[in-house]
Design a protein around this ligand. Structure first.
Ligand code: G6P
Length: 367
């Protein structure tokens, strides 16, 4: 039947509030309740024998895939190739024997992603799809579907499907790592526990909305915004910039913070706010020094961080949003939420058509 807004102003606002449930339901489907371990369906191949995983997607799903690459490489020690579908489709890249193609799509109908599915299948790759709509064209043509349980997503800009995609990819990385013998039992338990704890941490993000609104007032004044992240949070900077562009029509660019000095630093002045995705993980000091460089050039630093990070950012950041402490492993999932809320709050201030932004379609079924 028809999905309502349940009293929210926009579908996007409702769907943002559904992040905790989408993550929780998705994980529930792929967790064994008794042992609290990840229990994915059996793969149609042996993960220990996989020479390479090729990840392909479009839009936000592509950024989820970028996070997936960090996880699969670092935890499961499997080489990963990744590209947007419209490029992968025509690259004519060599495919390894016994390789796996991992497609990510909310709708399961995006033309370019489907095109890649078909060509990589022809090239002999096992096809695994991470989908929200499982009874979709991609669902039917895959060797294995890993379902998200995000529920219908109406807002054109993706929200809860993104964190649900990440939840599946995190679980898949743990599953691969176990099969490949690249993590020990203790580490597996720690990672799984941090994942299963996420719905509660995600719900806590909504107690920070006022601080995000304050940040939104600064961003809404800007013509250009720079988003920075490092390591596993770089894709979250990309997601933040994409969401801001899509629904507020403010130009935003995302960079891996270490690249700042190779170009974008020349853009920085008082009028270009810098939004940092900066949990206090192993790369925090590096991000901090990148932000100090930006501040020294007159940049206004706005940061998403945790309590420890906020202390270190005193005197550097003009405004911080302090998020719950989480294991670095799940930080990209948690930090995606406030970054999307920021775009929503800016769009409200700009008065744009949040659920139906101009020129965009929910699912792009033509090339
Ligand atoms: C469109 C939407 C994006 C979405 C992308 C991929 O561009 O506006 O929000 O991320 O398609 O869609 P898919 O259904 O394949 O995840």
């Amino acid at each position: 039947g028809q999905v309502g807004k349940d009293g929210y102003r926009h579908y996007m606002e409702k769907e943002l509030h559904e992040h905790p449930v989408a993550i929780g339901q998705t994980l529930q489907r792929i967790t064994d309740p008794a042992s609290k371990t990840i229990a994915l369906p059996k793969m149609p191949f042996d993960p220990a024998q996989v020479p390479r995983v090729t990840i392909t997607a479009c839009g936000s799903a592509f950024y989820a895939g970028m996070v997936g690459r960090y996880w699969l490489e670092s935890l499961a020690r499997v080489p990963v190739e990744i590209d947007v579908a419209s490029e992968m489709r025509y690259r004519d890249a060599p495919q390894p024997d016994k390789g796996v193609a991992l497609l990510i799509s909310q709708s399961g109908e995006t033309a370019d992603t489907l095109g890649v599915l078909r060509s990589l299948k022809k090239a002999g790759q096992s096809i695994v799809s991470v989908l929200n709509v499982e009874h979709s064209t991609m669902g039917r043509e895959s060797d294995l579907v890993l379902g998200m349980v995000a529920g219908p997503e109406i807002s054109v800009a993706s929200t809860k499907a993104f964190t649900a995609q990440l939840s599946v990819l995190a679980a898949l990385s743990i599953d691969f790592a176990r099969a490949r013998g690249t993590i020990d039992k203790t580490r597996e338990e720690t990672l799984t526990a941090s994942l299963l704890d996420l719905p509660s941490r995600a719900a806590e993000v909504f107690t920070r909305v006022e601080a995000i609104q304050e940040m939104a007032r600064i961003v809404a004044e800007a013509r250009d915004v720079l988003y920075l992240g490092r390591g596993i949070c770089t894709p979250i900077a990309f997601e933040g910039a994409l969401k801001l562009k899509e629904i507020s029509y403010i130009h935003a660019e995302a960079y891996a913070a270490g690249e700042l000095k190779h170009g974008p630093i020349s853009l920085i002045d008082r009028t270009v706010p810098v939004v940092a995705i900066a949990p206090s993980t192993i790369l925090f000091d590096k991000t901090l020094s990148n932000l100090q460089e930006a501040k020294a050039r007159g940049g206004r630093i706005l940061a998403f961080t945790d309590a420890a990070g906020a202390k270190r950012l005193e005197g550097v950041a003009e405004h911080v949003v302090i998020l719950p402490d989480v294991d670095a492993f799940v930080a990209p999932i948690l930090y995606a939420i406030p970054v999307q809320i920021l775009a929503y709050e800016v769009a409200l201030l700009k008065g744009t058509d949040v659920d139906q932004p101009r020129n965009l379609a929910k699912s792009v079924t033509v090339e």
